[in-house]
Design a protein around this ligand. Structure first.
Ligand code: SF4
Length: 66
């Protein structure tokens, strides 16, 4: 799975990087930054929880096209 943030929707609530520090950092404006764009299998559940926890639905989990 690939992990992205939709910056048109992200409002900087910070839930993603507080909830999943293995997957996200934050920028100077308090918006999430993906640090694991290709989610390791061991962190898939964490990534799903982060996607479900973002108040703006800005955390996107995408099936990788091969
Ligand atoms: S939780 Fe959602 S809105 Fe908040 S910083 Fe992360 S991606 Fe942006």
């Amino acid at each position: 799975m690939d992990l992205e943030i939709d910056y048109k929707s992200c409002a900087g609530h910070g839930v993603c990087f507080m909830q999943a520090q293995e997957l996200f950092d934050c920028d100077d404006e308090g918006r999430g930054v993906v640090i694991e764009p290709t989610v390791p299998d061991a962190l898939l559940e964490t990534a799903r929880e982060a996607a479900g926890g973002c108040p703006e639905q800005a955390v996107l989990l995408l099936e990788r096209s091969s």
